[in-house]
Write a protein that binds this ligand. Structure first.
Ligand code: UGA
Length: 487
């Protein structure tokens, strides 16, 4: 696969420079491949051409700086990128359409672009999350449109690339990504596994060669099964989260501790500790959307996927469960100032798509509170959705700034920065030192010691708090003593 001068001969185009495409393209460049990143959003391409990443992802900026203009080129001419490359990673968006079904118009557009630029063998690799059987549709679309073009109907002015029956060969493969936002680069170089869904040896060999430097198990299967692996992986992880959130509610009801339950079951290797963090539920661009797409796929084919409906229902209910804790803690929400720590749907990203924080903030504003917001990375994105409004919505410079004069501080994203906060200082800045932690990032004793009331998810802290209140306590702010707040 290498040319004589040591340069690798396979030219790769990554189509779509979003949260999947950009880390993938830079990862492939770092592995030594010649990569063209293409996106029809010219403004995004311009930012990248100027050497700046278009969203925050740890370790990504140095990779762009290192490879731009060398192993990594970027263009808004998607057709040219397709024409110039042999392997085409399709990383375009697959947003949720009406009724939960994935909207595949961008994937279809790519298939047509491939048809129009089919100037030799191409391996089209689905990397975006797509419903099962999309690979078959891509194949069909390329054939149909290449044929139309060969008849001169699609692009009458354009040179004919093909004629019926003599289409250049192409394959469609599924190579689902398992990158997590905030860890995408790390995940790229240290994958748990690589899944390759192919119909031909040629496609398998190409993909195996591309990933050869990465040491990990490779699962080789057919495209539809590979697509199903992606569906099942995200659905299973979502199920794990909703499961522990259900357990969390039971823990609260009976006075047990969900973190210990997670540890107790997670040490069983058949279960595993990861994705058993109880809290305000999952958000982001992937889980909520992928769950609905899988549900829809099952229903479309008459398979019973109702388990996933419950997973979704439990997740959606987390926001109201959390808000009820805030309401009970404050008694009256209207007129209160509430500090929000964490806006991104998870740490180490500036992504706020389907972030639980937005739903919580919206409800609090609706109930007449004002909010003071802080996130280490996601402020600019949030500000675009929810502009600053004097006396109602304020963006703050730090967690302490957000806490200033607040009647409660809410923790909605588990950033490391928040774990390390001087809680005494935080409490001292507040009008009333109440913390409602939707991510369980502190040990309850630690927060109590700092003098804050502390309400978290699925733990005994509220029970302990009730017992800890001496009936005659009369300190006005009860700073050193834990105070009763039941859920
Ligand atoms: C997820 C998958 O983890 C990736 O493997 C997959 O490639 C990606 O979707 C995708 O399909 O593109 P991502 O959405 O970036 O990755 O983030 P996760 O780390 O999975 O977290 C998703 C949500 O679940 C976040 O809101 C997070 O706070 C929440 N979560 C996660 C919990 O509430 N509890 C947990 O224990 C873990």
């Amino acid at each position: 696969m290498k040319t004589g001068n040591g340069k690798k001969a396979i030219k790769i185009a990554v189509l779509g420079m979003g949260h999947v495409g950009l880390p993938t393209a830079l990862g492939l460049a770092e592995l030594g491949w010649q990569v063209i990143g293409a996106d029809d959003d010219a403004s995004k391409v311009k930012v990248l051409q100027d050497g700046k990443v278009t969203f925050y992802e740890p370790e990504m900026q140095p990779l762009l700086t290192k490879h731009l203009g060398k192993g990594f080129q970027v263009t808004s001419d998607v057709g040219k990128a397709v024409g110039d490359a042999t392997v085409l990673f399709v990383c375009v968006g697959t947003p949720q359409g009406e009724s939960g079904k994935a909207d595949l118009s961008q994937v279809e557009a790519i298939a047509r672009t491939v048809a129009a630029n089919l100037n030799g063998y191409k391996l089209i690799v689905e990397k975006s999350t797509v419903p099962a059987v999309t690979a078959q549709w891509i194949k069909r679309t390329v054939v149909r449109h290449a044929r139309v073009q060969s008849n001169g109907q699609a692009n009458p002015g354009k040179k004919k690339a093909t004629t019926i029956g003599t289409l250049p060969e192409f394959d469609v493969a599924s190579n689902p990504e398992f990158l997590q936002e905030g860890r995408a680069i790390e995940n790229f170089f240290h994958p748990d596994r690589i899944v390759i869904g192919v119909d031909s040896d040629r496609a398998r060999k190409l993909l195996e060669a591309i990933y050869a430097p990465l040491q990990c198990p490779i699962v080789v299967t057919n495209p539809t099964t590979a697509e199903l692996i992606k569906h099942a992986a995200n659905a299973f992880l979502s199920t794990k989260i909703s499961f522990i959130n259900m357990v969390s509610d039971v823990c609260e009801a009976v006075g047990a501790d969900v973190d210990s339950v997670a540890e107790g079951i997670g040490l069983d290797p058949r279960i595993g500790r990861q994705f058993l963090n109880a809290g305000i539920g999952f958000g982001g661009y992937c889980f909520p959307k992928d769950l609905r797409a899988f549900l829809h796929l099952g229903e479309e084919h008459g398979a019973d996927t109702s388990l996933l409906r419950e997973v979704e229902r439990i997740n959606q209910a987390r926001i109201e469960i959390f808000l009820n804790k805030v309401r009970k803690a404050l008694w009256v929400v209207s007129g209160k100032t509430i500090a929000v720590l964490g806006l991104a749907f998870k740490p180490k990203t500036d992504d706020i798509r389907e972030a639980p924080s937005l739903k919580v903030i919206e409800a609090l504003l609706h109930e007449g509170a004002s909010v003071r917001l802080y996130d280490p990375e996601a402020m600019a994105n949030t500000q675009r959705e929810l502009p600053e409004e004097r006396g109602r919505v304020s963006y703050c410079k730090s967690a302490f700034d957000a806490a200033r004069g607040a009647h409660a501080v809410l923790v909605l994203t588990e950033w490391d920065e928040f774990r390390k906060l001087d809680l005494k200082k935080l409490g001292a800045a507040m009008a009333v030192p109440i913390m409602v932690d939707g991510r369980n990032i502190y040990r309850p004793e630690m927060v109590h010691e700092a003098g804050l009331e502390y309400i978290s998810m699925g733990r005994r802290n509220a029970e302990a708090t009730v017992q800890a209140i001496p009936p005659a306590v009369s300190t006005p702010r009860r700073r050193a003593t834990a105070i009763a707040v039941t859920r």
